[in-house]
Write a protein that binds this ligand. Sequence first.
Ligand code: NAD
Length: 494
Amino acid sequence: MTELAKYKMYINGEWVESSDGGYFTSYNPATGEPWCQVAKGTSEDVERAVQVAHQAFENSEWTSMTYSQRGKLLHRLGDLIAENYEKLADYETLDNGKLIREMRGQLQYIPEFYYYYAGLANKIHGDTLPIDKKDMFVFTSREPLGVVAAITPWNSPLYLTTLKLAPALAAGNTIVIKPSEVTSASLLELMPLIEQAGFPPGVVNVVTGFGDPVGNALTSHPLIRKIAFTGGTESARHVVHNSAKHFSQLSLELGGKSPNIVFEDANIESASMGIIAGIFGASGQSCVAGSRAFLHKSIYNEVVDRIVTRTSNIIIGDPMSPTTEMGPLATESQLKRMEHYVELGKGQGANLIYGGKRPAHLKKGWYFEPTIFEHTNAEIRIAQEEIFGPVLTIIPFENEEEVISLANNTNYGLAAGIWTNNLARAHQISKAVRAGIVWVNTYRSISPIASIGGSHWSGYGREGGVESIHEYTQNKVVWMNTSTEPMADPFIMR
Ligand code: NAD
C-alpha cells in the first residue's frame, strides 16, 4: 500500500506536528478512500499559535509596516495564487469532491479578492468630526483588532478563507486559521505562498483538527479579539457561547434555505436553468443553495418539465473529469443526511418527482442523485431545514403577496433568487424578501466588491466589500483641546 501524504500544521512560519504527534485521515469523496493524513491539533497547539500571532501583532515587523507595504504583500499573494491555481484547485477537489471545473474557476477568481483588499489596505482611514464644542479638535482612526480566529467549512475552503484572510491582513491584524477537518490540504498548500509573498512569520498560522478541541480552544481564547466563523448553526451556537467568555467580536456566516422565485413573466428557459444552478451547482453543498423553488401556478408545469428534463441529463461522476456536472458529496455523513431527508420528505407527503437515491452506476464514492420534490405545503421539514445537498422542494404560488409570505417563512435569511421581466416587480420583491443577497435573473454570482452575509439563523456580520474592513478594525475617537485657557470647573461635563 502506498503511504499517504502527511500534512503538518503551520505555526510561526514553521511546519510542526501536533503536541501529541497525532494525525487524522482525510478522504477522497470520489472514491471514499483515504488520500492524506493531517496533524490532529490540540488545545496546546492552539495556545502556541495564538501566542505567536499575538507576538507578531504586538511587536514585530508586521506592525511597523505601512498599510501600503501590507497591500503590496497581499497583491503579491494574489499573483502567486494566480500562478498556482491549478495545483490548489486539484487539492480542493481531492478533499471535497467538488468539480475541478468549479474549483479552477474559483481559484482563478480568488486573486481578485487579494487585489481588492490590497487596494483597500491604504484607504483605511478615519475622519475629522465637525464637533459641536468650542476649542475641540476631534478625529477618528480605524485600528486593527489584534489576533483573529478564522474558522471555515469544507465546501469552498480557500474562497471562504480568503473572505477572512484578505481583509484581516489588509487591516493589519494577525490570524490563526482552523480549516474544516474535512478539507485541510489546500490551506496548508497555500502557506508556502504566504511565505513567498513576504508575510513575516507568526502573521498567518494554521491549526488543523476538529471543532473539539481546536475550534473550542480557539474561540474561547482570551487573546482572540475577533472570530470569523463560517459553518453550520449548531457549531455556531458553541462559537457564540465560547466568544462570550472574553467578549471576542464575532461574525457568523451560516446556512440558508434560500427561495428561488419564478414569476409568470420570467424568461422561462433562463429561470429553469437558474433553479438548477441554484440547487444542483456544487451538488447543492452551498450556503446560498436555492433549495426552495416557488413557481407561479400558470407556468408551474412548464418549468417543472424543463427542470426535470435537464436534471435527468446531468452527468454525475468523477469530479476531476472536465465533462462531469455533479460530483460526489463531501462526506459519507452528508450522503446519509440526504437519505434521511428523502425519507422525511416522503413521510410528510411530498411527491418525489426525480432522484432520491445513490446513482446505480457509481459503485464507489459518496454520490447522490439530484433530487426533486414537490408539495403545496411550504412548512414541511424538507422545505424548512437546511439540507446542504442536492435536494430541491418545489412549491406553487398564486400571487406576490403569497410568495413573499412563503419565501420569508423560514428561520434563515441569506439569499434569494427572483425571475421576472417586470422591473417594478423585481424592485418590490427584492425589497420585500428577507435576505442579505438578492439575485434577479441570475444566481450564485459573487465578487470581492459585493458583500455576502445574512440575518437570523444565517448569521450576522458581512464578508466581502468595503464593509468587511469594518469587521476587522475598531474606531478610535481622539479629542484634542486646542484652548490654552486653564480648565475651569472639573465637576461638569465638557
Ligand atoms: P460545521 O459547522 O460542521 O463546521 C464548520 C467549521 O466549524 C469546521 O471547521 C468545524 O471543525 C468547526 N467547528 C465545529 N464545532 C466547533 C466548535 N464547537 N467551535 C469552533 N469551531 C467548530 O459546518 P460544515 O459542515 O463544515 O459546513 C456546512 C455549513 O456551513 C452549512 O450550514 C453551510 O450553510 C455553512 N456555510 C455557510 C457559508 C456562508 O457564507 N454563509 C458558506 C459556506 C458554508
